[in-house]
Design a protein around this ligand. Sequence first.
Ligand code: AMP
Length: 189
Amino acid sequence: MTARRLLLLGPPGAGKGTQAERIIARLEIPQISTGDMLRAAVAAGTEIGRRAKEVMDRGKLVCDEIVIAVAAERLSQGDAQKGFILDGFPRTKAQARALDELLDAADTPLECCLAFVGDEEELVERLLKRAEVEGRSDDHEEAIRTRMRVYREQTAPLIDYYRERGLLREVDALGPIDEVAARVEETLS
Ligand code: AMP
């Protein structure tokens, strides 16, 4: 049976958000993106947004405490009880452990970690192109390079974390969106 409690892992520019949108349309479960939620908090000028903005603009990670609280609150909502796709969370071991505790306590463990893999330089190129189109404030080259380094140092170790738990499935992130979507569908089926 198709997994309904998923998380997407991968470097910036790997297309996690885009692929998450395809999966949610098919499985009718919510996409939970801590990046989107933090950007919304920044736009709304909340206390969390105020604390997160500068860190985000530099391409660094918002502290575990804030992000775990944001994710936990979202996961407790009704629509997440039949499944979810986490996109961009967890990004550190501490976040991964907190997520495990949270899901274990509810007896709804994670079923699959879909890890997107792709050449860093190609992904940086993709992000520079997105910067021209979307104008995100953390899509300038320096922040992009920082996000790549942060991914390599803090988030990539989670690949082994989930491999050890038997949850890891890897997908090649490079190529046209439709091709990647087809690979994802095959991997999840
Ligand atoms: P994203 O949209 O997932 O690329 O996230 C954009 C930015 O939001 C990141 O560069 C971080 O500054 C922050 N952020 C999003 N998710 C997390 C997370 N799980 N842990 C820490 N910072 C995060």
